[in-house]
Structure formats: structure tokens, C-alpha cells
Design a binder for this molecule. Structure first.
Ligand code: FEO
Ligand code: CA
Ligand code: CA
Length: 663
């Protein structure tokens, strides 16, 4: 049945999230990315760790002298021996730390779940095992413990060429990819979603509690409820659901959050890729879907499930692109799609309690030229009554950010009836505003950003960090103060300070914390401190974490042989004093992987990191010398057994002998 067809497309990779946004530049001008790519590709992947010394040779003399500036180095909030940047098939962590694999794709997470057998996979088994491509990692303490809790993990998407044998053939130098059959699609759907897994630290090492009563898998078929202003609206009704409130499954859950009341947030990001078929050009949802790139058609689910075919079920895409909230204390609870937080390519939803008790969620819309949002609950957090908080996400105000050249910013409310958000513009009710959040934000004049990813409030210093991964399509005449580089191949980080230190404020000040990329290449315009070594710089900030001391840790997506001559990893970034914008490499992933998570346990004694899509060719498999697929992988991390494929996994990093990380 494996009928292979020539396929000029790349394998399904994290590139899905780089689909062109509305600012797509149709010219073929040489970009900054091309210039840098040429520079790194000459070194080649096959040189392996030699790439590090090749990079070192490019350091300017000034940078070498300044790298020895002991005064700035002494001011760093971090203390560990930096990992050497480079590329190979393994992970690497700073000396004196253990990086232990805790949960791999396919690991059983229930007492009765089958062991992983890559040659005999089934949807039934996968639904009882840890899913694919772990991204967000959160921790919900049990009994207030830093050593016993629920690990909540998103499974963003699937890479079939790495998961299944017989998908790829190389015929006369061309890649041929087998079309999907229903069994494979069902496994893919079961490998999506999220996992809730009880874990416990014993003897300094984390263990999975397989018979944990709260363990749960959420997949692309789990029943969920739509709540908030769009619930029940005609635009959410389908043949299968006349109520517009009942939806099956969640997809492309990228980053997320754990709320102050201990629920788990799964953000639906690149949902457009799951929909195919053709919507008539005059269909009422045509403009809505065009703004979101729906249908994109990467996945083949529509062959077997009509709801993913927009010609057959035109409203189904309106039921995705939301923030999903899961009550982890009840494994039978219906996850809720909270429509009040808007519909777009949600990266994550990290939150903080404001001084008056309202709760503020920071939200990124990860696409080139899209926006930064926040949501402020109407009600107040009640720390003494968990159940009183469980529907806080159904009422509140959604805002979008507008950044001014003078270093100030404003949060513009997305409220029906205010400003241009009226029936004349198609916004008859708040349901229309949240269903078409992007179009509403367009009308308000929000600032078009360079792919907003994770946004993290810092409870220690009151600031908020915004990761902007990159935007190679920004032209010179589209540069603004908050997106200061044309052809921004390596991204940047912005720091926000809300007025009065109040996270509910509608105004504040911002500044660029860091422009990323190789500081030794003048054209890149990176702004790492001069204390940052050749191992310490990075490109493409994506996820981030703030530990309980208020220190910033940045995880990346997109470093590669071609882009930066190094793999992705976890970098410690100073934000205060003389050491500000100094970065150090703490952990790096095996070849082809992206660094997700990260998360610090409440006692700062464990850093959980998620190694996503290891062994994937990514955007530049040419520089690997060959494509990487099930039968011919660039790495067999983490098992390194010839009969076991590469497996995305969550890793727990602890200090040998115990103690806090990086002090
Ligand atoms: Fe799934 Fe925006 O990273
Ligand atoms: Ca991400
Ligand atoms: Ca990403």
C-alpha cells in the first residue's frame, strides 16, 4: 500500500510556523539570512564539533579582548561553566550537572499502557503513551511540593518521516514520500495534544509515577467545550455540532502556561496546516481564513476526516486557534477552549497576578508581522478557593500592543463597539471580534512584530520579556523602533515595564534587551554584551523561563549548521546591571532538534527542557550531507540503539550533589 510519490516539498518540520504572513515579500532579493547561510554552510555539518573552532576563528580581535573583561563577568547573576557551542548527535550540559531523560515519545504513562514498539505502533497504544514533539513543559505541585507534582507537556506536531518506517524513499537522488493511510493518521492524531504525568523526585532523581491517578493524555480527538463570547455562535456550528460548543481535539499545541489556580494552558498555534480542501472565494469566512492561512493543507487528515476539509465543513477552522484550559485535578474534565483570549496562532499564555488580584496573560501570535497581546481577567484570583477561579478566563479584556518610537507602548482594547470594531466592519458582537482577532487588531493599528513567541512576566523585577524569533521578510522601509532590523534573520528580545509596575496597566515603557545573532559579524547588528563568548551568543529566541530568582533563560528554535553553525539550546541571559545582555550556553540539543520547555522547578533545583524534533533535517538538510529519516537518521538520540528511532523527550537537569541551578 505504500505508494511513494515524488514530493518536492520539504518534510513536515517546524517550518510550518514560518508560513508567509501578510507582509510576504514577493521579491527574490538576497536576504541577510542568505548571506549568513552562505557563510556557515561552507563549514558543513560533517565537520561536527570542528565547527566550533571554525567559528572561533571569525571572532574579531576586539571581541576577544573584551571577552576577558572580568569586571562585567563578575556581575553576572549566573555561575556555571559554559558549554561549547557546536553540532553533534548528542545533548550537552554544563559540567557538574546531570541531564537525565525523563519522558520519551512512546513511553507508557499509565500502569496498563503498552511498552513502545516502533514497528508495531497503533493509535490505541499511542493514546496511552507520551506523545510526539514535546514543547511546553509546566509543573503543578502536589501538596505544595517542589519534588512531587504533575508535569504537563504539550505535543505540538508529528514528523512522520522520523516516526514511521517506510515513509521515505530516495529514488535516483529524489525524495519520495508515501501518502498517509488511515492507521498512520490515527496514530498522528493520538500523538498530538498533551500529557499530564505525575512525577516524583527520589534520591535526587525524577521518576515517572505510572499509576498516578491524575495521569492523562489529551489528543486531537478528545472532547472539549467552547466557552466565552464565541461559544454557541453560528460561525462555530458544524454538521456534527449544532450547538457550536462541542469540539473534538486540539492541534499544534506549542507553548502554554500553568495558571495561578493550577490549571494547564495549551495554546493552539499553527492550526491552519491541518485543514485542506477549497473554500469558495465568496464564502463568508474567506477573508477570515485568508488572514490565517487556512487551509494550508500540510497534513492529510482530511482524507479520512471530513471536518478537516473546508469544502465539506467550512466552520471547523473557527473552532481551532484558541487557548485551551485543562483542569488537571479531574482527569475526566472537559478541556475548555477559552474564546475570550482571541483566536490566532497562539504561542503561549504565561500569567501573573496583578496587585489588585486580576490575572494577566501575555499572548504571542507567532507569524511574521503579527502581534503581541495580553488578556486581563475581569474577576479576581481567589487564592483560598480554587474552584472560584475555574472560569476566570471567560470574562475579561483582550488587548493588542502598539509600540511607539519614543520607547512607550500602549495596550489597545479589542472590544466590540469601540473604535472601528463595529457592525460596519463586520464586528456585530464580541464573538466576531475574538473569531477574527487579527483583523480587529489590524484595524486598531497594532504594531507588526517579528514573530512573537513566548512572553514571560517576571515576578521578581516586574518586567515582561517578549521573544521575537525572526522575520527575514521585513524590508528596510518596514523597520520600526521595536523591530529595528531589516531581514531580521536572528530575532530579538524586548523588555516591557508596565506603568506603575501594574500588569493591568494600559501603557508602559519598552526597550530592546537583546538583538540576537553572531556579534562578530558587523552586518548582523547583534547586541550581546562584550562579555559574551563565541559559545554564548544565539539566534532565534523562542521559549523562555524566569526562575524564582528572577533570572532569564532563553531557549531557541532555528539554530543549525547553515544558520548559525550551532544547534539550539538553553542560554542564561543576564538582564540587570553591567552584565545586562550577557549570555551563556547551559545546555545544547542534538542535531536537528529545537529547544522547548524550559521550566524551573519551584525550588530552582531542576531545569526541565523539552528536546523537540531531534534528527529532523529542518530547513537545511543539504548541509547535513543527506536527508534524515527513519531508516537513515542523523541521530538516534536518546537511546542510541540501532532498532530504536530518534525520540523527542523531556530532560531533567539537576546539579550533581544537589543544589540550585546556575548559582
Ligand atoms: Fe511552535 Fe512559535 O513555536
Ligand atoms: Ca515556540
Ligand atoms: Ca518555534
Amino acid at each position: 500500500m505504500n505508494q511513494h510519490a515524488p514530493n518536492d516539498q520539504k518534510f513536515r518540520t517546524s517550518l510550518l510556523e514560518e508560513n508567509d504572513g501578510p507582509g510576504h515579500n514577493p521579491t527574490d532579493n538576497r536576504t541577510m539570512g542568505d548571506i549568513i547561510a552562505t557563510r556557515f554552510s561552507r563549514r558543513g555539518f560533517l565537520k561536527g564539533s570542528l565547527a566550533v573552532s571554525a567559528i572561533a576563528a571569525t571572532v574579531s580581535p576586539i571581541a576577544i579582548i573584551l571577552a576577558d573583561d572580568a569586571r562585567a563577568a563578575a556581575a553576572s547573576a549566573f555561575n556555571f561553566d559554559e558549554v561549547e557551542a557546536g553540532i553533534d548527535d548528542k545533548h550537552h550540559v554544563a559540567a557538574g550537572y546531570d541531564a537525565d531523560v525523563l519522558l520519551r515519545w512512546g513511553d507508557p504513562i499509565f500502569a496498563d499502557a503498552p511498552e513502545f514498539d516502533p514497528l508495531s505502533q497503533s493509535a490505541e497504544a499511542q493514546a496511552r503513551q507520551f506523545g510526539y514533539n514535546n514543547d511546553y513543559v509546566g509543573y503543578v505541585p502536589l501538596d505544595g511540593s517542589a519534588e512531587h507534582g504533575l508535569l504537563v507537556v504539550n505535543h505540538e506536531y508529528t514528523n512522520e518521516h522520523l516516526m514511521f518506517p517506510g515513509i521515505v524513499k530516495i529514488v535516483e537522488g529524489k525524495i519520495e514520500v508515501a501518502p498517509a493511510d488511515q492507521k498512520r493518521v490515527d496514530i498522528e492524531m493520538a500523538a498530538h495534544g498533551g500529557s499530564i504525568v505525575e512525577i516524583r523526585k527520589e534520591g535526587g532523581k525524577w521518576q515517572v509515577v505510572r499509576d498516578g491517578k491524575l495521569n492523562r493524555r489529551i489528543t486531537s480527538t478528545t472532547e472539549m467545550q467552547l466557552t466565552g463570547p464565541a461559544a454557541g455562535h453560528d460561525r462555530l456550528k458544524t454538521n456534527a455540532d449544532a450547538t457550536g460548543t462541542k469540539v473534538f481535539g486540539t492541534v499544534n499545541n506549542c507553548a502554554g502556561g500553568v495558571t495561578p489556580w493550577g490549571t494547564y494552558i495549551m495554546a493552539e498555534e499553527n492550526f491552519h496546516g491541518y485543514f485542506g480542501g477549497e473554500l469558495p472565494a465568496d464564502h463568508p469566512e474567506a477573508a477570515n481564513y485568508k488572514r490565517l492561512g487556512v487551509p494550508e493543507g500540510t497534513y492529510e487528515w482530511l482524507k479520512f476526516y471530513d471536518r478537516f476539509d473546508v469544502a465539506k465543513e467550512p466552520n471547523e477552522p473557527n473552532r481551532f486557534g484558541w487557548i485551551v484550559e485543562v483542569d488537571v485535578q479531574d482527569p475526566n474534565s472537559l478541556p475548555k477552549k477559552r474564546t475570550a483570549l482571541g483566536r490566532f496562532k497562539h504561542e503561549g499564555a504565561e500569567s501573573i497576578v496583578a496587585p489588585d488580584g486580576r490575572v494577566v496573560f501575555y499572548l504571542g501570535d507567532d507569524e511574521r508581522f503579527d502581534y503581541v497581546y495580553k488578556f486581563v481577567t475581569k474577576g479576581k484570583f481567589n487564592p483560598n478557593d480554587r474552584s472560584a477561579n475555574l472560569d476566570l478566563l471567560d470574562e475579561g479584556t483582550l488587548y493588542v500592543a502598539k509600540f511607539a518610537e519614543d520607547g512607550s507602548f500602549e495596550w489597545l482594547p479589542l472590544v466590540q463597539g469601540e473604535g472601528p470594531l463595529t457592525a460596519d466592519n463586520g464586528f456585530v458582537s464580541q464573538a466576531d471580534v475574538v473569531i477574527e482577532t487579527r483583523r480587529a487588531a489590524d484595524l486598531l493599528g497594532a504594531t507588526k512584530m517579528d514573530r512573537p513567541e513566548d512572553i514571560q512576566p517576571n515576578a521578581v523585577n516586574g518586567k515582561v520579556y517578549v521573544m521575537l524569533t525572526n522575520n527575514s521578510k521585513r524590508k528596510a522601509d518596514q523597520v520600526d523602533a521595536a523591530n529595528p532590523r531589516a531581514e531580521n534573520a536572528f530575532g530579538h528580545i524586548i523588555e516591557l515595564v508596565e506603568d506603575g509596575g501594574d500588569f493591568t496597566a494600559t501603557k508602559g515603557k519598552w526597550e530592546v534587551l537583546l538583538k540576537c545573532g553572531d556579534p562578530s559579524i558587523a552586518e548582523v547588528g547583534a547586541s550581546f554584551s562584550t562579555s559574551t563568548t563565541q559559545n554564548g551568543w544565539f539566534g532565534m529566541p523562542d521559549n523562555c523561563a524566569v526562575d524564582s530568582a528572577g533570572r532569564l533563560w532563553v531557549a531557541t528554535d532555528g539554530n543549525s549548521p547553515k544558520a548559525t553553525g550551532r544547534t539550539d539550546g538553553l542560554w542564561a541571559v543576564d538582564t540587570e546591571g553591567e552584565a545586562r545582555a550577557t549570555s551563556k550556553l547551559f545546555f545544547r540539543v542534538p542535531v536537528g532538534a529545537e529547544m522547548c520547555g524550559p521550566l524551573f522547578a519551584p525550588d530552582d533545583q531542576t531545569a526541565f527542557v523539552a528536546v523537540q524534533h531531534p534528527g529532523d533535517g529542518g530547513e537545511d538538510w543539504e548541509s547535513f550531507g543527506r536527508p534524515s529519516y527513519y531508516e537513515d537518521l542523523s541521530t538516534r538520540w536518546p537511546d542510541f540503539k540501532p532498532d530504536m528511532p530518534v525520540r523527542p523527550a523531556v530532560v531533567a537537569i539537576t546539579r550533581q550533589g544537589g543544589g540550585k541551578i546556575g548559582v
